[in-house]
Design a protein. Structure first.
Length: 213
């Protein structure tokens, strides 16, 4: 009984709500957490919004940043190309031991996408995947981005969902490296709930889809 209780406790992630924060300190904290964790470290989910920033993934090319203006550009270690983070966008970072959860990277991406698809369905919005283009789309417009880093069998970074974020900065980049890709947000699709309410819904979907065995 005690062993089962310990296993269940280890399986349940620690959830941290961090509010609005700058990108680079959080990125550094994720890397430190991943490097310092051991076999008995509990997984964590960090929920937050970022101050305005463009981030370039490992495959990112600066040419896809068309006009940064006064918005910082940060080269980071997640997969993928360039994206924008800013207030009004709900971000969930998942520090998961993939080996302990018997999760492959492709399956984790699929579950992250499915979490957003289920959230959208609760608002009667149809979210879809597009082959070869990680993330979630409504029609041809992107509403959520997925980017991960896997190191020592564990993940960090995660998923970003546009709630009522200013979409103008996306026009200054080729989102995810695709010229002309249009982004959308929940506020333009009839959703009136604020970021905190959407954040809670996203957490519930992540716990249901990503954390299930």
């Amino acid at each position: 009984m005690a062993a089962n209780a310990a296993a269940l406790a280890l399986d349940a992630p620690v959830v941290r709500r961090l509010g609005r924060v700058r990108y680079e300190p959080i990125w550094e904290a994720m890397r430190f957490f991943n490097q310092a964790r051991g076999p008995a470290t509990r997984d964590e989910i960090w929920l937050l919004e970022h101050e305005p920033v463009f981030t370039l993934g490992l495959a990112g090319r600066l040419e896809h940043v068309l006009d940064a203006g006064g918005i910082p550009v940060v080269h980071c270690d997640r997969g993928g190309q360039v994206t924008y983070h800013g207030p009004g966008q709900v971000v969930a970072y998942l520090m998961l031991d993939l080996r302990r959860r018997s999760l492959g990277v492709k399956e984790l991406v699929r579950r992250l996408e499915q979490s957003v698809i289920e959230l959208l369905a609760a608002y009667r919005i149809e979210g879809v995947r597009r082959p070869g283009m990680p993330g979630v789309y409504v029609g041809e417009e992107k509403i959520a981005a997925v980017g991960l880093r896997i190191a020592s069998g564990c993940s960090y970074h995660g998923v970003a969902l546009n709630v009522d974020v200013d979409l103008a900065p996306f026009a200054r980049i080729d989102p995810c490296g695709y010229p002309g890709l249009v982004t959308t947000r929940l506020a333009d699709l009839g959703v009136t709930e604020d970021s905190q309410q959407v954040e809670q819904r996203l957490l519930e979907c992540l716990e249901s889809w990503v954390m299930r065995s």
